[in-house]
Design a protein around this ligand. Structure first.
Ligand SMILES: *Cc1c(COP(=O)(O)O)cnc(C)c1O
Length: 389
């Protein structure tokens, strides 16, 4: 598998680093795997500097060290979910501040901004960051923060992270990149100039659909302190057990992702050849509108494939239901393949007008490709596609 450029010098490769993490907190026991610390509190004045689990726990620290090794950055802060990580970042802003957002963000990010933080005076402006006039838009709005996602959910638009960060950095505007779809193995936002790289570790990072988590990586100690303050002040901390599960999941991330990406690129081609499909979106296919940028910015095309079928909403829904291995469910990035109908599921909370504006149609389907045998996934898709015509 190709991999992103290594800037910071590590003496070991990423496959080794995700398995042999620094801290283990199992001194004197010989335990290969780290213990789980299910404790709410710690004796005052201990060596580790722990006091209460809302503000820190050995399992948070272990996970943070693996995540910063994976992202090749200085700091990582962990949270109870991706949405908790988003909340932590936004809690550093104040009433009247404007966040300039890519118009196709994850549905729950949109809901959080519009239905919660807007009530506290935070302003949001939604723009299409694939348009070349982003410099003008940023200069005109002078936002307190820029929020992008690439590839976007579910349309897989590719946003020029380096171009936006280069311009925003000159104006001292922090840029947040939601890197959940790419993972640090395919794309490193901090090396492209982002201030914060956010991930829902629930997805590819954990990879087994058995825990929720979120993380924010940064090179800035000031931001790390703000995020750790938010973790304890807002109660956004994860559980020690979930951190332990995610730490375990990461050990197979490179292996899982390689298999998933290989499967995904084959499935994208299979779908594109089927007459029941109107179009397919996959970042590394030549017919993707930002394919060149994707190949420059990402090491591989990822494991998510989006397609539009030649069918009504009801037919599209029953196509999803007639798949056998692709269970119809929210979430993505796990070892099992999933299919999602964004219009009625992940993006159900987005208004009808916005859906039309950004292209989330009733016949749009999002596939998260798992680790199964490609022959079985292909056959499953063919039998379900047969039900459309
Ligand atoms: C799932 C997801 C989130 C939210 O993460 P949770 O762990 O579900 O809270 C944020 N951004 C993207 C792109 C996601 O896919």
């Amino acid at each position: 598998m190709g991999s992103v450029k290594r800037e910071k010098e590590f003496s070991t490769g990423v496959n080794t680093r995700v398995i042999h993490h620094k801290d283990n907190f199992s001194e004197g026991t010989g335990s290969i795997m780290p213990p789980i610390f299910p404790t709410s509190t710690f004796v005052h004045g201990n060596e580790g500097g722990f006091d209460y689990t809302r503000s820190g726990n050995p399992n948070f620290r272990i996970l943070e060290s693996v995540l910063s090794d994976l992202e090749e950055c200085k700091f990582a802060s962990v949270f109870s979910s991706g949405v908790a990580a988003i909340t932590a970042i936004v809690s550093t802003l104040k009433a009247g501040d404007l966040i300039l957002c890519e118009e196709n963000l994850y549905g729950c990010t949109v809901r959080l901004f519009e239905q919660v933080f807007n009530r506290f005076g935070l302003k949001t402006q939604w723009i299409d960051f694939t348009k070349p006039n982003f410099q003008e838009v940023i200069s005109n709005h002078k936002p307190a923060m820029i929020w992008i996602e690439s590839p976007t959910n579910p349309l897989l638009k590719i946003i020029d992270i380096e171009g936006i960060c280069h311009f925003a950095n000159k104006m001292k505007i922090p840029v947040v990149v939601d890197n959940t779809f790419a993972t640090p193995l395919l794309q490193r936002p901090l090396q492209l100039g982002a201030t914060l790289s956010l991930t829902s570790t629930t997805k590819f990072i954990n990879g087994h659909s058995d825990a929720l988590g979120g993380a924010v990586c940064t090179e800035s100690a000031i931001w790390r302190d703000k995020l750790n303050f938010a973790q304890k002040a807002l109660g956004l901390n994860p559980s020690p057990f979930d951190c332990w599960l995610i730490t375990r999941g990461i050990k197979t991330l490179p292996l899982r992702l390689e298999r998933q990406v290989n499967n995904a690129s084959k499935i994208a081609n299979q779908l594109a050849d089927n007459p029941a499909i109107k179009y397919v979106r996959y970042p590394f296919r030549n017919d993707h509108p930002q394919c060149k940028l994707a190949k420059r910015q990402m090491a591989m095309g990822g494991a998510i494939v989006t397609a539009t079928v030649n069918a009504t909403q009801a037919q599209t829904y029953s196509f999803c239901k007639s798949l056998h291995y692709f269970k119809m469910a929210e979430s993505l990035g796990g070892i099992e393949s999933l299919v999602c109908h964004p219009a009625t599921m992940t993006h159900a909370s987005v208004s009808k007008e916005t859906k039309i504006k950004i292209g989330i149609t009733d016949s749009l389907i999002r596939f998260s490709i798992g680790c199964e045998d490609i022959e079985d996934l292909s056959a499953d898709l063919n039998q379900a596609l047969g039900t459309i015509s």
